[in-house]
Design a binder for this molecule. Sequence first.
Ligand SMILES: *[C@@H]1O[C@H](CO)[C@@H](O)[C@H](O)[C@H]1NC(C)=O
Ligand SMILES: *[C@@H]1O[C@H](CO)[C@@H](O)[C@H](O)[C@H]1NC(C)=O
Ligand SMILES: *[C@@H]1O[C@H](CO)[C@@H](O)[C@H](O)[C@H]1NC(C)=O
Ligand SMILES: [Cu+2]
Length: 563
Amino acid sequence: MPPSSPRWPLLLAAAVLWCSSLLAAAPSAAAKVHHHTWDIEYQYKSLDCFRKLAVTINGEAPGPTIRATRGDTVVVTVRNNLGTENTGIHWHGIRQIGSPWADGTVGVTQCPILPGETFTYRFVVDRAGTYLYHAHYGMQRVAGLDGMIVVSEPDGVVEPFAYDQEHTVLLMDWWNTSVYEQAVGLASDPLVFVTEPQSLLINGRGRSNYCSPAAPLPTLFTAAPGKTYRLRIGSLTSLSSLSFQIEGHSMTVVEADGHYVKPFVVRTLFLYSGETYSVLLKADQDPSRNYWAASNVVGRKRQTPSGLAILSYAAGNDPPRAPPTEQQPVPPAWDDVAPRKEQSRAIVAHPDHAVPAPPAADRTLLLLNTQNRIDNHLRWAINGVSLRFPATPYLVSMKRGLRGAYEQRPPADAYDYRGYDISSPPTANGTVASAVYRLALGSVVDVVLQNAAMPNGKNETHPWHLHGHDFWVLGYGDGKFDPERDTGRFNLRDPVMKNTVPLYPMGWTAVRFVADNPGVWLFHCHIEAHVYMGMGVVFEEGVDRVARLPTSIMGCGRSRGLP
Ligand SMILES: *[C@@H]1O[C@H](CO)[C@@H](O)[C@H](O)[C@H]1NC(C)=O
Ligand SMILES: *[C@@H]1O[C@H](CO)[C@@H](O)[C@H](O)[C@H]1NC(C)=O
Ligand SMILES: *[C@@H]1O[C@H](CO)[C@@H](O)[C@H](O)[C@H]1NC(C)=O
Ligand SMILES: [Cu+2]
């Protein structure tokens, strides 16, 4: 389907006007520039009682929280002191409008930052909300190069909820093995999977089976009775989907991936890797005792101890770090997918902050998610194509017309959705390619992710993350997506915008976005092992409109020596 008529640009213009009326509240003269200099190096860390190498930022793992106000510019100078390892840092949820070379995706938007080299990221944070950053080179995120970004509204701009104080809560999973042990295992024949994590971290601290029972627990925060707290919660797990609970307290979800949502109350919040939420928590329980905060694996058979921290009350009887006398909260059953789907369906736009979705798509991509056998190895493949980044970053090769630098043949827009049996293990072999979907600038694109049985008959949840954009979440369904039947059932009334969305076992997820950000953008499963095994696609849009590229992103493959 070729991109059609200029029907959408009119709506787009209306949305831009609407947005700029909001922006008018923030005088740009007040915008600040925040400079950070980060030394990236390996250090021994005992985040969960097991001492191992972690990638640190100025000695910290996870790294510091970046704080800014909407409209500000963030400048991060990264010095790679890893000695023998490349790096690159992605600013997760920041759309990089006008700065596509600062997305930090090695192989897509830049060459790797070599050991001993310094690279400067410079970008505008154009929307308030809770975002993340993390390594985007190989499986390096497994080693802990990550953190959070908090973008506040300028003074005088009122959010659709109120609170007294805020805290960040970064959730991770953690292994006793290195990035290399994991990556080499995945590429081996027979494949050696990464195993379940040894621990779950809350703000960088956790308890593996290596801990003595007396090891102290981290404090989530100390509450003052009666006050309301905003918790900005993000998941940067490498493998696990999580539940998060705070014993005795309910949480009101008010923000998802930087967008205000119609508030809803949960006892258990489910999070997929790459997602962020703001929840409001009222300190309305008995202040004399402490409470458990717990994260647990869901969606995979649970073999990892709970991630634990303590919520205490100021001037309570229990010492702040004393384990609560009560039992830990009972986590949801790992294989009960119904409440997770229910939460996904509950996330809709806040009525006063909804950005209307365009009414129809110019192009629809139907993307089959499974593993295929390729040269006798199992790799994740999308419509039979397993993504491998070329030696030259796409942004450079496309902007400079280096045609031989990547696969010229585009991948298929759809799999054989009439003939394919999603409940049977795949029989076809796949291919490895660096192919790209080229999208018409300004066109409206629907992507329907279709989950299907894996060769081993298992099923998994995949969190899909889009760079450079937010998408409207139009719907989730069980079984096989049927364009004739299901397109008409999309939620166009109040779809939320997000940048990361789960694809549930044996189901489909539909999203819509406008290809209006000139650049080259990765769309991929946020599980490190999966994207490492090819689970992603690349979108190009309006690359000819991208301003002159900084030479600092070049230097590898065929971009070596380009002026
Ligand atoms: C990592 O932990 C697992 C159990 O959780 C254990 O079987 C394995 O031997 C450990 N590996 C190392 C390198 O300590
Ligand atoms: C897939 O590849 C294997 C060899 O790697 C071959 O034996 C088999 O016939 C191929 N299957 C199909 C359906 O082409
Ligand atoms: C997914 O796998 C789990 C256990 O491995 C099983 O209980 C469940 O029925 C499966 N779900 C689907 C939709 O196949
Ligand atoms: Cu995945």
